[in-house]
Design a protein around this ligand. Structure first.
Ligand code: AMP
Length: 115
């Protein structure tokens, strides 16, 4: 837990957000500032800040995030039309929350690679 982390606060119910799904590894919310008709955030329960140096448990959480993202894409009805999974890491990627998360974007043509 990082005391100033928005996603830790959402996980702990200190900031309200409708979790679309929650399990022992991760939870899913809608992005508050959606960039596509479907814009979900898949967030690990543990406060992972970067990919290097993951513990075995955190590796399992990262795997679960991708699995959950695929299931949520199907639930949101974009598995057939397609979707994009994005991780922003660090300043050059404009990362704004330092708690690992997957953006799941879909529901419209998303353009070329990562645009
Ligand atoms: P990133 O820029 O990759 O770190 O993404 C962080 C995302 O979290 C942004 O797309 C924000 O719109 C989103 N976000 C920030 N606060 C909230 C919140 N309270 N509920 C839902 N999404 C949020």
């Amino acid at each position: 837990m990082a005391s100033d982390c928005i996603f830790c606060k959402i996980r702990d119910g200190e900031i309200p957000a409708d979790a679309l799904r929650r399990d022992e590894r991760c939870f899913v919310i809608r992005d508050i500032n959606p960039r596509a008709p479907v814009h979900l955030l898949v967030i690990p329960n543990s406060h992972i800040t970067s990919l290097p140096g993951l513990t075995p448990d955190e590796r399992e959480a990262v795997g679960a995030m991708f699995s959950t993202a695929g299931e949520m894409a199907a639930i949101e009805g974009v598995d057939g039309s397609g979707y994009r999974l994005v991780v922003n890491q660090g300043r050059d990627a404009d990362q704004s929350v330092s708690h690992l998360h997957l953006h799941l974007l879909g529901g419209k043509p998303l353009g070329g690679m990562c645009s």
